[in-house]
Each structure stands twice: as structure tokens, then as C-alpha cells.
Design a protein around this ligand. Structure first.
Ligand code: KIV
Length: 295
């Protein structure tokens, strides 16, 4: 008997576009391992993003910049094995697509071949537009990401809302249109004022997925750890926390520690037995030197 979820149809881009045309909002969440991918799938999300936010959420690094392609590939393969039905996207990490079209194409192909994800995501617009064109020409679907692009946070002056001046807002529309023309299938808009995200969404034929970009985007994404209460430190304004899994986990771990220390765990229900006669034989044949107590 096969895995029931695996046998369900995998979500396609065409189906996602049809949902958008019907006025349905797309749901995307990040996941970085098989369990997270499976839970997202069971919760019926449309899209799973193996984001380079894994640098912070999984690897404990300070920013998304240091995570490597090899590290993301391991996480994306695991998330894909868990998320059978959603469309799965993997971030191209910083340094894996900036240098040349050829390197970007080689790395995008590596990601889809080694992980089984459906699409790769690249940040920014200027030189990224050309990279998107090259990767799409090679047959790999691409998601763009504009607005606050964390891989370039230093150049942006920090993790700041983008498009708050008329000039920058107009530039963001141009960036989105250029990415669509280059062949992007979807665009993430991060930390952009809602009216600007609304105009970008109107201007494009491909879906927009917002994170801190207001309600007019075609879909919304949140980071798994943020929505489950597993993150620590600064919480961006756009985060809505739906559970406190961190507190529950801490409490469960503390109860386990208490039980081990008090001897309450393991109890007889957690033990494995052996036939009485085998036990007697075993005790009989036991070398007295195997005993801890002095003979
Ligand atoms: O890496 C990530 O998790 C992302 C989302 C914030 C969109 O890019």
C-alpha cells in the first residue's frame, strides 16, 4: 500500500494560477525538514518554501548570507520528502547566482536535480533579471523576490521597509515587471507598503506572495518558526504567531528531565521483557565479574 498523500496530485503552477483567477488566496509557509514539510502538506498549504531563513532558524547564524548551497540542498531534499503535494520552492543562497549566468544555471539545475523541488527563488532585480532569464531558458521555474531582500540588507541600510517613497515604489513596479518579462512564475514581495504591493499585484499576470506586503497580494507567506512561536529575538511587525510550540516544547523537555532524574521514566510500560526461563538462564550463566557489586 502506498503513501496516500504521495498518491495525491502534486500541485502545479497551472492549478495555482487557476486558484488566483478564482479569487482564492495562496498559502505558503517555509519548511526546512521532512517533518515540517509533512505537517505543512497535511495542513493543506499550497506552497512550501525552503528559505535561506534556515540560516537563522535552523543553523543559528546571524543572517541569511553565510548559508551554503550544499546546506540548503540537504534541507530542501528533506522538506520535499515531507511535502509531497505542495509546490516546493528552494531559495538560491547568496553567492550561488550573482557571478554569472552559467554559474546560476548550473546551481539552479543542481538544486532541482538533487532535491526534487519544483522551483528556485532568487532575490533582487538588477542583475537578477538576466539570471532569471537564463535559468528559465534552461528549463527551471523561478520565483522572484523584491522589496526587502535580506541577502542585500547591508546595502539597503538594514532590514527596512522598501518602497516608501514614490520614486522607490515606482522602481519596485518596474522591477516586478522586468522579472515577469524575464520568465519568473511568481514573485515574493517582502516589507512593502500595502498600496504599493496592491499596484504591483494589479500590474502582473503572475501571482504575488506577500510577507509584510498587505492583503492585496495573491498569497501570503510566513516563516514556520515565526508562526509557531519557535523564533527568538526581534519579531517583525508582519509576523502573526499562531501557536506557542516553543513554550510547549520547553515544558515537555523539562518534564522529561524531571522524570529521568526522579526515576519516573522509564516505567514498566516502556520496558521490553524477556521470557522468564531465558532470564533465569542468563542470570545463571552471567560471569560474576559482569556485576557492578563487589563479590
Ligand atoms: O528565506 C525565507 O524564509 C524567505 C521568506 C521570508 C519569503 O525568503
Amino acid at each position: 500500500m502506498g503513501n496516500a498523500r504521495a498518491e495525491q496530485q502534486r500541485q502545479t503552477l497551472t492549478e495555482l494560477r487557476t486558484k488566483v483567477q478564482r479569487g482564492e488566496r495562496l498559502v505558503m509557509v517555509t519548511a526546512y525538514d521532512c517533518g515540517g514539510g509533512r505537517l505543512a502538506d497535511e495542513a493543506d498549504v499550497d506552497l512550501v518554501l525552503v528559505g535561506d531563513s534556515a540560516a537563522m532558524t535552523v543553523l543559528g547564524l546571524d543572517s541569511t548570507v553565510p548559508i551554503t548551497l550544499d546546506e540548503l540542498i540537504v534541507l530542501a531534499g528533506a522538506a520535499r520528502r515531507g511535502a509531497q503535494r505542495p509546490l516546493v520552492i528552494c531559495d538560491m543562497p547568496f553567492g550561488s547566482y550573482e557571478v554569472s549566468d552559467a554559474e546560476a544555471v548550473r546551481n539552479a539545475i543542481r538544486i532541482v536535480k538533487e532535491t526534487g523541488v519544483d522551483m528556485v527563488k532568487l532575490e533582487g532585480a538588477s542583475s537578477t533579471v538576466q539570471r532569471v532569464q537564463a535559468i528559465v531558458s534552461a528549463g527551471v521555474a523561478v520565483c522572484g523576490h523584491i522589496g526587502l531582500v535580506p541577502q542585500s540588507a547591508v546595502l539597503l541600510g538594514g532590514y527596512r521597509t522598501q518602497g516608501r517613497t514614490a520614486q522607490r515604489a515606482l522602481e519596485l513596479i518596474d522591477e516586478a515587471l522586468a522579472l515577469e518579462a524575464a520568465g519568473a512564475s511568481m514573485i515574493v514581495l517582502e516589507a512593502v507598503p500595502s498600496p504599493v504591493a496592491a499596484r504591483i499585484t494589479e500590474a502582473l499576470t503572475i501571482p504575488t506572495i506577500g510577507i509584510g506586503a498587505g492583503p492585496s497580494c495573491d498569497g501570503q507567506v510566513l516563516v514556520y518558526h515565526d508562526l509557531l512561536g519557535l523564533s527568538e529575538g526581534h519579531r517583525p511587525r508582519f509576523v502573526k504567531q499562531y501557536a506557542d510550540v516553543g513554550a510547549q516544547t520547553r515544558s515537555a523537555l523539562a518534564r522529561f528531565a524531571d522524570d529521568v532524574r526522579s526515576g519516573a521514566y522509564p516505567s514498566s510500560e516502556h520496558e521490553y521483557a524477556m521470557p522468564q526461563e531465558e532470564l533465569a538462564l542468563f542470570e545463571d550463566r552471567l560471569d560474576p565479574r559482569a556485576s557492578r557489586s563487589p563479590t
